[in-house]
Design a protein around this ligand. Structure first.
Ligand SMILES: Nc1ncnc2c1ncn2[C@@H]1O[C@H](COP(=O)(O)OP(=O)(O)OP(=O)(O)O)[C@@H](O)[C@H]1O
Length: 274
């Protein structure tokens, strides 16, 4: 899959410029990223590299800019009228903040799952095939194969294989969220952005989502926003602590939770504020 750039027909897999950094270890390089909502400076000059096939957790108190940062990675802030991002987010060597990026193609490569499960009011099967058909895949055998593969990867196949043509809305909240993950996976992304994916779920569904995240990192690079410190420490390899729009500290999760370098990080993870 490629991100076609409208003016030049340039693709992310074969970039001709901005090829400063394409390496094996990192999937994204964020440089001097600033995000504004009108006059409100929500994310301040963030510099960060996101590892491939790892889970990166974004933590911090409410309003610190975690979701704003996450949404900028697949240009979801574009739909907010007064939002503006400056700086660079390099994916495969291309700055995805450029005006000429095809954001629809980008969002297939960098998929997003939201806090509240949001399946379409259609069958389980159609939830998975809707975007695929839109992308031109019509062959029933191929669609069936992608549906099964995606549901298996999302650890949902065994629970739904006998009711693929029933409404997705009849699934439990936890199953709906795994369906949303399967729907994103069906488009064969490289990066999964998860915005508090299990905060609306019961503890058992939460545990299943966490188990799933650990399995998925073999195939995807995952960035997760979470308010749950235990969740961040259980599922992530690296953790970024945001405060008032600043990236205060970014390190191995084990270090952040045992021996953070910054006083503010220590105060936050020990529950002294936020
Ligand atoms: N759609 C929006 N329009 C205007 N300002 C916004 C919008 N979304 C967020 N903001 C502002 O941007 C700043 C960062 O908000 P953001 O939602 O990114 O924080 P957060 O850390 O994800 O918070 P939470 O944990 O509560 O979801 C806040 O000042 C917030 O008011």
């Amino acid at each position: 899959m490629t991100i076609t750039i409208t003016d030049t027909n340039q693709s992310v897999s074969n970039p001709t410029e901005d090829q400063r950094v394409v390496d094996k270890e990192y999937i994204l390089h964020v440089e001097n990223l600033n995000i504004y909502y009108g006059e409100n400076w929500a994310v301040h000059n963030v510099q960060m590299e996101i590892e491939k096939n790892a889970v990166t957790a974004l933590i911090g108190p409410s309003g610190c800019g975690k979701s704003t940062f996450l949404r900028s990675i697949n240009r979801m802030n574009d739909i907010i009228p007064n939002a503006r991002a400056e700086g660079e987010i390099l994916y495969d060597g291309i700055n995805i903040l450029r005006d000429d990026i095809d954001v629809v193609a980008l969002r297939k490569e960098i998929g997003m799952v939201f806090q509240k499960p949001n399946p379409f009011p259609k069958s389980i099967y159609e939830n998975l095939t809707h975007a695929l058909k839109f992308a031109g895949i019509r062959n029933k055998g191929k669609l069936d194969q992608i549906v099964e593969e995606s549901l298996r990867k999302a650890a949902l196949w065994d629970e739904v294989k006998d009711r693929l043509h029933q409404s997705a809305l009849a699934l439990s909240g936890g199953q709906q969220q795994r369906l949303c993950i399967a729907r994103t996976i069906a488009l064969k992304p490289s990066v999964l952005l998860l915005d508090e994916p299990s905060s609306a779920l019961d503890p058992i569904s939460n545990a299943k989502i966490e188990e799933l995240i650990l399995q998925l990192k073999k195939d995807y690079s995952i960035i997760i926003v979470t308010h749950n410190m235990h969740q961040a420490s259980r599922v992530s390899d690296k953790t970024a602590f945001f405060l008032n729009g600043d990236l205060v500290e970014y390190d191995r999760t084990s270090k952040i939770f045992t021996k953070p370098s910054e006083k503010k990080t220590e105060q936050y993870i020990s529950g002294q504020f936020g």
